[in-house]
Design a protein around this ligand. Structure first.
Ligand code: NAD
Length: 458
């Protein structure tokens, strides 16, 4: 056993994670889970006046942001005013799409990492889509809200607890929408399960499972620019569930988290870190930056959450092991269960047996009866647009609908904060051999009276 193996086996490798690092991870004791008192008005159920059109700007039009540009170009009532990116060619690539659609060319902000502030100083922007590296999300969202704009932030919204609180407090101070763009909540399967859960098909909900299992080692080839260039250092410096929200968001909505229940505490464990080191050795020279700093992040992280109402949720994360893509998407209630990947269902009294999954063609009856109204209405367009099977389009369409009609959003700042908080809280727990840690209550008690998310028709 070499020194590195020894450190990993004894758990001492996580000691590095205890120190505050470049991403501002906190490891400073139980205060991490403490609820902070409210200084301004709640934004639970926040709605603004209906708008004639939504004037949109983008910060970050790389792999993800450029897809949002395409979506928003295909939604009525949107004007794309400005685009900001570090790379002029990427900003121009997205601007060209706007012009090709017969619209006015957006103004570009490509003069370095702080140029977004100049863009946000403009008066003619209502909402900003932020699709930048994780560590950039919150400073940009705070600036946007302080400048009077609604902020829509990619996942996970906040990589640290301080930033999760900052986003909540700033949304409350400014009374702006601040939504994390958790697109998986808008997947056809997830919306079906949400509808079935709301109709009581699963009975009382007891347990859920969500995950982000996706072999993304290939992103390490993006060394100087692109996703791998900024995401890889996170795996070198942190250990926990670094990307919890795709699997967790839908389960949280099924269980009405922050609207009738809330995350109470979690415990988290990571396996050893292996395959990124192997990948780096195989693909890069010895003195390459991917070989110089050891990878801290366990290859697979498992986190268990218990809610205030006594439900349990398992959240897994693995962005590196050789294994097919999976978000689990499991929901168990007193009357039955849905499982994803592959989709399967058993409902006592409605399925032929509780010993055998219904699968494939047998699932048609559930879709025929419980297809979510949003998918019934927008499904064809969503499928045509693509983007993770259409969920991206449904999400963006629904956000614009809510802004135009002055309705509350389906995900609010408390959801974004609570779902993202699994990252820093799991890091804290992993660094302490799975010690249990409390979740703060970002809603400060509002979860007890807030209405569960309904089955919206438009
Ligand atoms: N919801 C999803 O399905 C999904 C999918 C992929 C990525 N994401 C998220 O989207 C975000 C972006 O990821 P990506 O894969 O597009 O990365 P990317 O590297 O392709 O794009 C990030 C962009 O941000 C720009 N940027 C960085 N700092 C900036 C600054 N200071 N000012 C202006 N622009 C700046 C970069 O130039 C780049 O174009 C991440 O939060 C990621 O987790 C979400």
């Amino acid at each position: 056993m070499n020194r590195r193996d020894f450190l990993q086996v004894t758990g001492l490798a996580t000691l590095g994670a205890l120190a505050s690092n470049a991403f501002g991870m906190q490891g400073s004791g139980p205060s991490i889970g403490r609820t902070r008192s409210r200084r301004s008005k709640s934004v639970m159920g926040l709605a603004h006046k209906p708008m004639d059109k939504v004037r949109v700007a983008f910060i970050g039009v790389g792999a993800r942001g450029s897809g949002h540009v395409t979506d928003l170009l295909n939604i009525e009532g949107v004007e794309i005013v400005a685009i900001c990116d570090l790379y002029k060619d990427w900003a121009e690539r997205s601007a060209a799409k706007v012009v090709a659609a017969g619209r006015k060319a957006p103004t570009l902000y490509v003069e370095g990492p702080k140029d977004y502030k100049n863009m946000l100083a403009r008066e003619d922007i209502d909402a900003v889509w932020i699709a930048t590296p994780w560590e950039e999300h919150i400073p940009m969202a705070l600036e946007a809200m302080k400048r009077g704009k609604h902020a829509f932030i990619e996942v996970p919204a906040a990589p640290t607890m301080d930033e999760a609180w900052a986003m909540v407090e700033t949304a409350e101070e400014t009374q702006r929408h601040c939504m994390m763009l958790e697109n998986c909540c808008y997947g056809r399967e997830e919306m079906l399960v949400l509808n079935m859960a709301r109709q009581g098909i699963f009975g009382d909900l007891l347990h859920g499972e969500g995950a982000y299992i996706h072999d993304l080692r290939g992103q390490m080839m993006e060394v100087d620019r692109g996703t791998g260039s900024w995401r890889t250092p996170h795996y070198q410096k942190r250990n926990g569930n670094l990307y919890p929200t795709h699997g967790l968001g839908p389960v949280a909505q099924y269980m009405s988290i922050n609207r009738g229940d809330r995350f109470a505490h979690l415990t988290s464990m990571s396996s050893n870190s292996r395959v990124r080191t192997i990948y780096a050795k195989e693909h890069f020279p010895k003195d390459h930056k991917w070989n110089k700093t050891p990878f801290q992040c366990g290859d697979i992280n498992t986190t268990l959450i218990r809610t205030a109402m006594g439900r349990t949720i398992m959240v897994q994360w693995d962005e590196q092991l050789p294994r097919p893509y999976n978000r689990l998407n499991l929901l168990q209630g007193t009357k039955g269960v849905w499982g994803g990947y592959p989709q399967r269902c058993v409902i006592e009294g409605m399925s032929t047996s509780t010993d055998k999954w219904e699968q494939d063609a047998e699932l048609k009856k559930w879709y025929d009866k419980f297809e979510h109204p949003l998918w019934q209405k927008q499904g064809d367009m969503a499928r045509k647009m693509g983007g993770h099977g259409g969920m991206d389009f449904i999400m963006n369409w629904r956000i614009i609908y809510c802004l135009l009609h002055g309705e509350p959003l389906d995900q609010d700042v408390y959801d974004g904060a609570a779902w993202s908080a699994v990252s820093p809280l799991s890091e804290w727990s992993v660094a302490r051999n799975g010690q249990c840690v409390e979740f703060p209550d970002f809603t400060r008690g509002d979860w007890k009276t807030a209405k569960p998310l309904g089955i919206v028709g438009a």
